[in-house]
Design a protein around this ligand. Structure first.
Ligand code: NAD
Length: 280
């Protein structure tokens, strides 16, 4: 049976691995050290239990965990014939991972890029298999979100797109087809909103609670932009806005200094226990 490689065991990689394992797929989950991987397995077990308590599918956490093995370093996915990459939104980090994957994996292995903004064609260009590289912008939390953006790069083959679409269907996801463009559809809009919301706090126009309250109470959004920033990761928001700013060279994407300061200070949102809000 096919084993799917999931590279990066942070916010997204854990969600992707959990979603795959819960839908009957065997997974090798890869990150940089054993501590991160141990925490990731504990999160998958906890989230599977929570899903059952909250009326989700009744799945046995032990059965789900039995489908997930772990490995340190991207070479751990060498035997996989499809890999979903979810490492930090930083070009140098992603480039190095793809160079390793390209050298270690068989020539037919498909690489699925999970990124907030980096163009898929740029990623594909560092590999010797641009026809087998495709973008999937998963939404967070992955197991709970019903749809993704599916993004072929310039050279992606129809077979690669179909194979990926089939896997997404098996994971319970609808694929929304989007052309390759920095930030795709979702983050061209969302990152602007979150960055501007951070500016409102930075300039003292309103505090985070009031900004979010406007979106919830006036617009009926389930979450405000700064709660969303904490869910995504304040550091990931900053890196994504930086990618958009560099790519489009447009001042509308200028990163808010408060996002930079919070990232430097370790206020990364839910995953670090503190961001715009504090978590127990
Ligand atoms: P994260 O910071 O939570 O996790 C990134 C993980 O990658 C970390 O565990 C890190 O140790 C690991 N990593 C870094 N270098 C590595 C390497 N060389 N080999 C193996 N692992 C390595 O980030 P995230 O929020 O999970 O985001 C991952 C990707 O998904 C990013 O490209 C991000 O833009 C994208 N994304 C994020 C969200 C979101 O809501 N957070 C949504 C959609 C897409």
């Amino acid at each position: 049976m096919t084993v799917i490689g999931v590279i990066g065991a942070g916010v997204m990689g854990v969600g992707v691995a959990q979603n795959l394992a819960q839908t009957g797929h065997d997974v090798v989950l890869v990150d940089q050290d054993e501590k991160i991987l141990g925490d990731a397995l504990a999160t998958i077990a906890r989230n599977t239990r929570m899903s059952r308590l909250m009326g989700g599918p009744a799945l046995d956490p032990d059965e789900v965990l039995a489908r997930v093995t772990t490995a340190v370093g991207a070479a751990g996915a060498a035997k996989c014939d499809l890999v979903i990459e979810n490492v930090t939104e930083n070009w140098e980090v992603k480039r190095e991972v793809y160079e390793t994957l390209d050298a270690e994996c068989g020539p037919d292995t498909v690489f699925v890029v999970n990124t907030s903004a980096i163009p898929i064609t740029k990623v594909a260009a560092v590999t010797g298999r641009p026809d087998k590289v495709v973008g999937v912008h998963f939404m967070n939390p992955v197991p709970a979100k019903p749809a993704v953006e599916l993004i072929p790069g310039f050279h992606t083959s129809p077979e690669t797109v179909q194979r990926t679409r089939d896997l997404l269907t098996a994971m319970g996801k609808k694929s929304i087809d989007v052309k390759d463009s920095c930030g795709f559809v979702s983050n061209r809009v969302l990152m602007l909103t979150v960055n501007e919301a951070a500016y409102l706090v930075h300039e003292g126009v309103a505090d985070a609670e009031s900004v979010d309250e406007v979106f919830r109470s006036c617009f009926g959004h389930p979450m405000g932009p700064l709660e969303t920033a904490d869910l995504i990761g304040v550091d990931t928001i900053l890196y994504s806005v930086e990618v958009l700013y560099e790519h489009y060279a447009d001042s509308k994407y200028r990163p808010c200094p408060l996002l930079k300061q919070m990232t430097d200070a370790g206020l990364h949102g839910r995953k670090s226990g503190r961001g715009f809000y504090t978590y127990a």
